[in-house]
Design a protein around this ligand. Sequence first.
Ligand code: ZN
Ligand code: ZN
Length: 452
Amino acid sequence: MSRRAIFLCLILMCMFLGVPPAHSQQATLDVLLDREMPSLLSTYKALHAAPELSHQEEKTSALVAAELRALGYTVTERVGKYAEHPSWVSYGVIGELKNGNGPTVYVRTELDALPVEEMTGLPYASKVRTKDDSGREVGVMHACGHDIHITSFLGTAKMLMELKDQWHGTLVMLAQPAEESIDGAKAMLDDGLYTRFRRPDYVLALHDAPSVEAGKVGFTPGYAMASSTSVDVTLRGIGGHGSAPQMAKDPIVEAAQFILGIQTIVSRENSPFDPAVVTVGSIHGGTRYNIIPDEVHLQLTIRTYKEEVRQHILAALQRIAQGIALADGIPESRAPIMTASKSEYTPATYNDPQLTLRLAEAFKKALGPENVVQLPPVMASEDFCRFSLENHQIPICQFTLGAMDAAKLAESRRTGVPLPGLHSSLWAPIPEPTLRTGVKSMTSAVLDLMKK
Ligand SMILES: [Zn+2]
Ligand SMILES: [Zn+2]
């Protein structure tokens, strides 16, 4: 029997039986996906070749808006406002589909790419170069796989429109700008997201991963990703001639003491049961061999799950910086300056455990139990958590979409040689079966939450 004939039989069965049983629903989805894959693959390759940086997602958002509109969604563009940069445009897109009474489910994708020059050599590799927010020319690449997410999102929007008779409620497709700079979700919420549009009962997202085989999905109930805080520290001394240190207060030495001093925050002050990271990612001071500079500037990232641990680390950084300046005899007027960024901050991602376990069951039915794996939490961060509001008010779940070639992953596990991962110039998720699994898993998740 041809696929078309199977499809028609299934439709007749559905009409005859009313709501279809789960296995026939999956078969219907498979048939629809077979038909849709060539177009999804070409959308993916087009998106991959034309990435846009955070805050610049004009063309990508227009493409998403046009596709959703063509499918029959009610589309609102440019949702969002950046509180700290009122002149910037927020390219958030909302596509609504009201389908009777029932739960309101949001499906979210990100739109932005990274300032990375692509080195994959793929036929559809990005050659895009542009200026970043600071005016520096950079290569641009979908090195986090947000193009995989957008394509899965559009595929899901299509499937759910076609399968409209199997669910009820309000479906809100949400395309978010500026995830990499972690200010896009906040911008959309600050623009009245949940009052202009229906407040969600659930918000769902997926993220591709190099550590899981394509064709599989992963889930992590509870805390899945850490909070992230960017911190600037300026250690000030008194500059002078490199040959006369007794006449100066050397901030380079002070910075060295500070970097070693803060290593005890996690190792000695923090409970081993509370994961935490303090990383100094940047240090700049001085101009040449024989000058003691006036100051040294450091950029740090802090990762924690619990807010109280984050607060403790911030206080400890301040205390250690001040203590070292005092010990070095630096005058009060040259005390260290520490600022925790308000815009480069995101809380921890907490996947509602009940929702996550429910989705895991839906994935097992859709993909087979062997293709659904539980994954440990990581210390990476995402601003997706913002959509749950404070104190996890709205249940959210971001699950993991495997995107790595199974043979390569097995080889890497055998040899211990790591494969290029997210944010790498060599990150190359395999489009099939990653995209198929992305659409299938997200569609099945929504159908489970909104089924009649
Ligand atoms: Zn990323
Ligand atoms: Zn990402």
